[in-house]
Design a protein around this ligand. Structure first.
Ligand code: PEP
Ligand code: MG
Length: 534
């Protein structure tokens, strides 16, 4: 019998998982027939053909719905089908596309204009039709978003070159399973998601062959993968690990050994992770909204985003929730985004949102409307210059005015910023219009040390003293404005002493990192020195 093969790898998320292998296909461009925009030239997602196809899909869905519907519902559905078949709607969208708009946003703008006209109508019956149009706007957006990437069997070990964050988020990890990547990065986005959900993961195994269903173990503690072909189950290296959530509830007060109060919040990537909020957690210090948006069509869908934010805020109740605007571009691609004109590789985060305001306006409206359901603050990603805050605030004001004209409930949330670009950290005293600051050490480290975030050999530890010095300087420049840290450094107890010494008192970490951080804090003084007897 062949000996199990044990491959050395790099640990990206601790824990041990065993299960049948799932071999991911190499990411390849879908064939023309698979793409929602089959009628367009290869390489474009945003063609008019995509819209025609999405409209056809929507009409089919509606016809199907009409089959079992009562007479009244059928009337509404027939009206919606009639609108979708109306060539003037498609023509108006086409005209907007000629003015350089992506198909998704051209569709949204056309339908929003129609909805606006109906909402302003004198007759009540006409006004009531607005919601029917909103419904088809979103139905077509759903169809434009296309079919999600195929899931893999729960409990299996995902093996591949890399993994898309949306694939991670769509998968049910409650049945166990793990991830082994030939390449990948411990600082990559999927690694970050895996740590937050306690999914064992290793990266950098190098290429190896295995068959679908072969038993595999991923050891995220030691950094290894063990596999054996031939249908034999490999005995787990240790008892299967249940997700290690934070079991600590009770007192919401956490103090350093010398009595200074410290706040712990959580970072969430998937809105469902808000379940981890407990009495001892101050709130949500970072919700990465980009992980709830898997295509440009989602980015154009105000109602969908509103529903996600509303749910998070309602569940958080009295606790504050910081939702970060879409941090897309650069190493965070978004399907369909590559087709937007004027997209340069350096355009990401708030810069991209300001360069493509149609994306920012949809999200701003969703956030303004969600703000009435809880204690929302909005955070801007990758801010580099103070005027980026001012321009975004102005955009929020304009959208608030539009919502007001449509009599839609909304509230202006405080707008703060990530401090993750060294140029901003060095000049923090110039960002007077930001309501708060949160240090993003993942990007701060990569941009400060010129080490690619996806470089698996990058040693963040070596850059830590420089990052800590920069943070300490920046905290002073913040001059008492609310300041926290939400980068991965906050969840690593070995940096805690340096972060406390830098003056930080609010740490936002992945839910699973809370116990380690809490116990480290009670052994330290507020200046970062070890407490007597520790
Ligand atoms: C960071 O850069 O530290 C951060 C929190 O943002 P993200 O990891 O999403 O880039
Ligand atoms: Mg970042």
């Amino acid at each position: 019998m062949a000996e199990p093969l044990r491959l050395k790898a790099k640990s990206a998320s601790p824990g041990i998982a065993s299960g049948p292998a799932f071999l991911a296909e190499e990411t390849k461009a879908p064939s023309a027939a698979e793409r929602p925009d089959a009628a367009t030239a290869p390489g474009t997602v945003g063609g008019f053909g995509a819209l025609e196809k999405a409209i056809d899909i929507s009409i089919n869905e509606l016809e199907h719905l009409a089959e079992g519907a009562d007479a009244e519902s059928r009337d509404i559905i027939d009206f919606q089908i009639e609108v979708l078949r109306d060539p003037t709607i498609a023509e108006a969208t086409g005209a907007r596309m000629e003015e350089d708009q992506n198909v998704v946003f051209a569709w949204v703008a056309t339908l929003d204009a129609y909805i606006g006209e109906l909402e302003a109508a004198d007759e009540e019956q006409m006004r009531a039709r607005a919601v029917d149009i909103l419904d088809i706007k979103n139905r077509v957006l759903g169809a434009l978003a296309g079919t999600p990437i195929a899931d893999f069997p729960p409990g299996s070990v995902f093996i591949g070159k890399d993994m898309e964050p949306s694939r991670f988020l769509a998968h049910d990890w409650s049945k166990g399973g793990g991830i082994a990547l030939f390449a990948g990065s411990t600082a990559g986005h999927v690694a970050l998601l895996a740590r937050a959900k306690s999914v064992p993961m290793v990266v950098g195994t190098g290429r190896f062959s295995a068959a679908d269903g072969d038993p595999v173990s991923v050891d995220g503690d030691a950094g290894a993968v063990t596999l054996k072909a031939g249908g034999m189950l490999i005995p787990p290296l240790a008892p299967a690990q249940a997700p290690t959530g934070d079991m600590q509830t009770g007192s919401s007060e956490l103090r350093t050994a010398d009595g200074v109060q410290i706040f712990i919040s959580i970072n969430i990537n998937d809105p469902a992770e808000i379940d981890a909020l407990d009495a001892a957690t101050a709130g949500v210090g970072l919700m990465r909204s980009e992980f709830s948006v898997t295509s440009i069509a989602d980015a154009a869908n105000e109602e969908r985003q509103l529903a996600i934010y509303r749910r998070a805020l309602e569940q958080a109740g009295e606790k504050p929730v910081i939702i970060r605007m879409l941090d897309i571009g650069g190493d965070k691609p978004l399907a369909g985004l590559e087709d937007l004109p004027a997209l340069s590789p350096g355009l990401r985060g708030v810069r991209l949102l300001l360069a493509r305001p149609e994306i920012a306006r949809v999200q701003a409206r969703a956030l303004l409307r969600a703000a009435v359901f809880g204690r929302l603050s909005v955070m801007l990603p990758m801010v580099t210059f103070p005027n980026e805050i001012d321009r975004m605030r102005e955009l929020f004001r304009e959208e608030a005015e539009k919502l007001g004209r449509r009599a839609l409930l909304h509230r202006m949330p405080p707008i703060g910023m990530m401090v993750e670009v060294p140029a901003a950290a060095l000049m923090l005293d110039k960002f007077g219009s930001a309501a708060f600051f949160s240090f993003g050490t993942n990007d701060l480290t990569q941009y400060l040390a010129a080490s690619a975030r996806d470089d698996i050999d990058a040693d963040a530890g070596k850059a830590a003293p420089a990052v800590l010095r920069l943070i300490a300087q920046a905290v002073k420049l913040a001059a008492g404005k609310p300041t926290s840290i939400c980068g991965d450094m906050a969840g690593n107890p070995s940096y805690l002493s340096g972060l406390l010494a830098a003056g930080l008192r609010h740490f936002s970490v992945a839910p699973a990192r809370r116990p380690a951080i809490r116990s480290a804090i009670i052994g330290l003084n507020a200046d970062g020195t070890r407490a007597a007897g520790e």
